[in-house]
Write a protein that binds this ligand. Structure first.
Ligand SMILES: [Fe+2]
Ligand SMILES: [Fe+2]
Length: 595
């Protein structure tokens, strides 16, 4: 008799013991009878360890699928697993195309087509034939993470019994997905007073992780507990410092972690009267040095959702999309809270606190490597308000400029407010990039707030930055330069001679050999439009011949995927507002053989 609460969601007559059996109709062994779309599953949120469901999802209408999956996700505990077995449309199509009549178990018809159609629709029991690709998209849309295809009777999870209900291996595919640990609201940590939990790297991304959070009171004895999922908790002590706003900031760095490994962590308070523990977050360490496969993201110009002037039209959607995408880390290219134009916050630091709280579902689970924008320096908010809350690797000028490495990617964060660049800073940039090349880093990526090229009416680029920086980027064959600030998307072809008169080195829209030139992508905004006309930054010029793609009608964020075979793919997504899904706007591949 198992004590684990596990759910079998099925319309099959067989109802195994030791499972909570949910069905839409009453019958022997059925514990819960409900219409999942209309009534939900009649189970408490976060009450189930794992779910197994076979040949059930495909019995729903296409527009019901995401709702059904969201409901399954709701009842799972954070970190809980859903396992699906689904009739595989791809296999049926292959069998049909190859004339394999023995693949089909329906023999009602003489023709192969009759058998194929009858089986795909399973005598009209199936309403939506499914493929793995579509189920993967649906699971992402429902907020699952760690989605992966698995073999019959094999699991990637910690409960081997989850495979016990698998059936029909020949005509099915099996998929597992996890409910993320990210805490959706700060209230959930309130009993302990911890909020604004976020992670970053200050040391080696393979083996360390720095956790920062906020509390209303000082709370000496705060710490972080961490473990590999299912293991024993270890604990380290945090240091508390006065926050620039109300309350205190707490920080601890986990070390001696294993590379490329999942960990759970939670923040704790040691208190003889009222010891307390937050919900847990699931994070992943960076892969070992050298070629690896992973995805990271870039956002900037985010704003705080729900602004009274309506300018933060995409903030919530961009955060949701990135939580669902679950990149390994996120680069922040500046301009975050915009408290100077957000009338809800009389005190700058209240606005900054609200921004960190809003970001917790994403940056509590994914390291956020932040650069500062003009809004963190010049416009009411000050460097001193932001710097204590972000934790960076050591670098140049009080960590305003820094770099770090993940796999074979070197990321350099540049701080160039307005167009101010000192000779010492230029030397630091030059030596940082030279070192990265010397160490054999395959990909060099530079990110900063201000663009090298920007042609919107809000923030046109300043030629002085271009003249000073581009020759350094070209000398070290920087692959990609990312920025924001000017609230639209502009992306160049690979360019050289950018300091003077740019030369287009490849006219392809989507495929480049590394080393031919630097590609400049300004990916903005990730949620908040410009105050100027309450709009995106509309282009003031015709598209120049060195710009490959541009768009001034939506919010934007980028996902960058590197592959160990020597590929770097940049995908830029457009979000019109909080109520529309993200659409792929631009996708290009850079290839480089191993050096
Ligand atoms: Fe800006
Ligand atoms: Fe901005």
């Amino acid at each position: 008799m198992t004590t684990v609460r596990r759910l079998n969601w099925t319309f099959d007559r067989n109802k195994p013991r030791d499972w909570i059996n949910a069905d839409r109709e009453e019958g022997p062994g059925t514990d819960i009878v409900s219409d999942i779309i209309v009534d939900g599953l009649l189970l408490e949120t976060g009450s189930i360890e794992y779910i197994s469901s076979h040949h059930t999802l495909e019995q729903f209408k296409i527009h019901e699928l995401r709702s059904a999956l969201r409901e399954l996700q709701r009842v799972l505990k954070p970190g809980g697993m859903l396992r699906l077995g689904v009739a595989d449309l791809d296999k049926a199509i292959d069998a049909y195309m190859n004339g394999q009549s023995n693949y089909f178990w329906t023999w009602n018809w003489k023709s192969l087509a009759g058998r194929f159609i009858t089986q795909v629709l399973n005598h009209n029991v199936v309403r939506t034939p499914l493929t793995y690709e579509f189920v993967d998209e649906l699971l992402q849309a429902a907020g699952f993470s760690n989605i992966c295809r698995v073999a019959y009777r094999q699991t990637t999870g910690h409960h081997p019994e989850i495979v016990a209900l698998d059936k029909r291996p020949d005509d099915s595919f099996f998929v597992e997905a996890t409910k993320p640990f990210a805490i959706q609201t700060a209230e959930k940590t309130q009993p302990r007073g911890a909020n604004q939990v976020h992670v970053s790297w200050t040391m080696d991304p393979r083996t360390t992780l720095t956790v920062t959070w906020h509390t209303g009171g000082e709370e000496s004895g705060s710490g972080v507990e961490y473990r590999q999922p299912g293991g024993e908790w270890s604990r380290i002590t945090a240091t508390a410092t006065k926050s620039p706003g109300n309350g205190f900031l707490h920080r601890a760095t986990l070390s001696n972690l294993a590379p490329d490994t999942d960990y759970e962590y939670r923040v704790v308070r040691e208190d003889a009267v009222m010891p307390a523990v937050s919900d847990a977050f699931l994070i992943r360490t960076a892969p070992p040095a050298g070629p690896a496969d992973f995805t990271f993201a870039l956002i900037c110009d985010t704003g705080i959702k729900g602004r009274r002037d309506g300018n933060s039209t995409g903030t919530e959607r961009v955060i949701d999309e990135l939580v669902a995408s679950r990149p390994l880390f996120v680069l922040g290219a500046g301009d975050y809270a915009y408290t100077n134009h957000d009338s809800r916050f009389k005190d700058v630091n209240d606005g900054i606190d609200a921004w960190f709280e809003q970001m917790q579902p994403l940056i509590g689970a994914v390291p956020f490597m932040a650069q500062y924008g003009n809004h963190e320096i010049f416009l009411n908010e000050r460097f001193r308000d932001w710097a204590p809350r972000f934790a960076h690797p050591p670098g140049f000028d009080e960590q305003r400029n820094y770099s770090f490495e993940v796999g074979d990617v070197h990321c350099t964060a540049l701080f160039v407010p307005d167009d101010v660049l000192t000779a010492e800073q230029l030397l630091w940039i030059d030596s940082d990039l030279a070192n990265a090349r010397r160490l054999g880093m395959r990909w060099l990526i530079v990110f900063q707030h201000e663009p090298i090229y920007g042609h919107g009416h809000s923030h046109p680029a300043k030629p002085r930055i271009r003249r000073l920086l581009a020759p350094i980027f070209e000398r070290h064959r920087v692959d990609l330069h990312l920025s924001g600030h000017d609230q639209n998307y502009e992306r160049t072809f690979p360019l050289t001679n950018v300091g003077e008169d740019p030369v287009v080195m490849s006219a392809s829209r989507d495929y480049y050999e590394a080393g031919t030139g630097v590609i400049y992508a300004k990916v903005s905004p990730a949620g908040k439009m410009s105050e100027f006309r309450n709009d995106f930054s509309r282009f003031t010029t015709e598209q120049q011949p060195f710009i490959a793609t541009r768009d001034d009608t939506a919010h934007h964020y980028a996902l960058i995927t590197v592959r160990s075979v020597g590929e770097l793919r940049v995908e830029v997504f457009a979000v019109v507002n909080d109520y529309t899904p993200a659409a792929l706007l631009d996708s290009f591949l850079i290839v480089r053989a191993a050096s």
